[in-house]
Design a protein around this ligand. Structure first.
Ligand code: ZN
Length: 261
C-alpha cells in the first residue's frame, strides 16, 4: 500500500514540522536608532543600552578616522543591524560560529551578531571592536587594509582611547616591517599572536594619539589605494612621521617605560 505509506509520512511531517520550527525560530523585535537597528527577543532595556552605546561609539570611531557623524554614513536603509540572539547556542547555529566566539561582524550583510550575556563584555569590548572593523571597511574600504591596521584600530576603539597601549613587559616585539606584513591568521604560536595584537594596538594608538583622526584617516586611505606604507606615512604625517624608521623610533620611545628601580 504505497499510497498509505506516503500519506502517513506526510501526516507525520505536518505534525513535526511546526514543532521543529518552534524550537529553532527566534521571534525578533526591533529597536531602531539613527544608525542602528537592534534586533532582540524582547529585552527592551538591553536593546536600548546597546543602541545608546553603539551611537556613542559611532561618533568616537568616526572621529578617529576624520569623519563626523553628520557625513551621512549608515543612515536609513544603510543602518547597521545588531542581532542579539537569546542564547549562545542560537547565535552559534545562526552564524555558523565556533563555540568560543562571542560575536561576529559581517561587512557584506552590514550586521553585527552576538547573544544575550551577562557582564559588560559585549557592550564595552565586543561592540566597539566589531563596529570598528565595519566602519573601517565601509568608510575607508577593505581593499589593501592590512591586518595589523584593522585589528590595531578595533582594539584601540575598545580601550579608553586615552593612553597608548603598552607592550608586554617581556620586552619582546616584532620589527614594524615584520608586523606590517604578517598574516597572523596562519600563526599557531599563541605568544606570537598575542604579541601581534598588542603591538598593533600600540602602534595604531600612537598614530591616532600623536597625529589625530584626520591624518590617520588619510594614512588608511593611502594604503587602501595600494600605496606602500612609506608613501602613506609621508602623505599623511609629512612633518611628524615621514618614514617607517621615524615611526619605529618615535613609537618605541613613547611606549618604553623607564626601568623599574
Ligand atoms: Zn578583530
Amino acid at each position: 500500500m504505497p499510497h498509505r505509506n506516503i500519506l502517513l509520512v506526510l501526516a507525520g511531517m505536518t505534525v513535526l514540522a511546526p514543532l521543529l520550527r518552534a524550537a529553532e525560530e527566534v521571534v525578533w523585535q526591533k529597536t531602531a536608532s539613527t544608525h542602528f537597528i537592534v534586533m532582540h527577543t524582547g529585552d527592551e532595556t538591553l536593546a536600548k543600552a546597546v543602541s545608546e552605546r553603539a551611537e556613542s561609539y559611532y561618533s568616537t570611531i568616526a572621529a578617529d578616522l576624520g569623519y563626523t557623524r553628520y557625513q551621512n554614513f549608515w543612515l536609513w536603509d544603510k543602518r547597521v543591524k545588531i542581532m542579539i540572539y537569546p542564547t549562545a547556542a542560537a547565535f552559534a547555529t545562526a552564524c555558523n560560529a565556533p563555540s568560543w566566539a562571542a560575536g561576529r561582524a559581517n561587512a557584506k550583510k552590514h550586521e553585527i551578531a552576538s547573544y544575550k550575556q551577562s557582564g559588560e563584555g559585549f557592550l564595552s569590548a565586543l561592540l566597539p571592536h566589531e563596529m570598528s572593523h565595519l566602519i573601517l571597511a565601509d568608510f575607508i574600504g577593505e581593499e589593501n587594509i592590512p591586518l595589523w591596521l584593522t585589528e590595531g584600530f578595533a582594539q584601540w576603539e575598545e580601550s579608553d582611547r586615552k593612553s597608548i597601549p603598552a607592550m608586554p613587559s617581556s620586552g619582546q616585539r616584532f620589527s614594524l616591517k615584520d608586523l606590517m606584513t604578517m598574516d597572523i591568521r596562519r600563526e599557531a604560536d599563541r605568544t606570537r599572536v598575542g604579541l601581534f595584537y598588542a603591538q598593533s594596538a600600540s602602534v595604531v594608538g600612537f598614530l591616532i594619539k600623536t597625529c589625530g583622526g584626520e591624518s590617520f584617516g588619510k594614512f588608511c586611505r593611502t594604503l587602501r589605494d595600494g600605496k606602500p606604507v612609506e608613501t602613506a606615512l609621508a602623505t599623511a604625517f609629512p612633518r611628524d612621521i615621514p618614514s617607517l624608521e621615524t615611526l619605529e623610533q618615535k613609537w618605541l620611545k613613547a611606549v618604553t617605560l623607564p626601568p623599574k628601580k
